[in-house]
Design a protein around this ligand. Sequence first.
Ligand code: 3PY
Ligand code: MG
Length: 265
Amino acid sequence: MKQNSVRHRLKEREATFGTWLTLPDPVAARLLATSGFNWITVELEHTPTTFETAALCYAMIAAGGTVPLARVPINSTENIKRVLDTGAWGVIVPMVNSRTEAEAAVAAARFPPLGRRSVGGQLNAANFDTDQATYRRRANDEILVVLMIEHVEGIANAEAIISTPGVDAVFIGPNDLLNSMGKMPSFESEEPDFTQGIAKVRDLCRRHGVAAGIHVLTPEAARRRVAEGFQFIALGSDAGFMLGKAHEITQALGLETTSGATAKY
Ligand code: 3PY
Ligand code: MG
């Protein structure tokens, strides 16, 4: 069975870098998997991507030698079960605000005795190049469980969430966190509640042996977050890279941008 290098590197306290696949396209997944990122997250929360398309993307990413992760639309047993059973090597669960929600996410992602994940599916074992029995035996050691703190409520309950057994990493969503503070969404802010909230999560993660993560837009921001102690760093997205470069070119040519889409993320 293949090993989940990202989970193992996080346990060794190393930093890992990934990006977001927002285009519902296995071809984009295969191409992005050649770019050198340690992991790629198939985004099901804010995109048209279906479970079926996502399954093709996990296969393409794994075939490209990169770790395929999935961000589910919402914290539910059904979502977590289906992305893992169709071949994701880990799950990113958005908007976890309490210990109860954290425990529910872990229970859905871990087989007994650590959780209540049910057995089934073929693509899960296939993507790890193994058989069902080996997958069932080893999955709890290879599947990466990442919970998102991205709301003031999650910041208030950070210790209860981070200390939940079975959690590998806690990932901050800066846009939703600012949104929950009544501020404009952004990847960076000097807002004291925001910077203190981020520092609180990072410090608690360190204390509880959990990797801290955050989404950024630039390599400079990624390096700064690593220097601060973050290990699970997401950089932009496929659509952001594409639009960013396209806008750079059209602007250099003096062309007018007609698209309403931003190059951000
Ligand atoms: C956010 O910034 O809210 C995110 O979810 C980033 O992934
Ligand atoms: Mg978010």
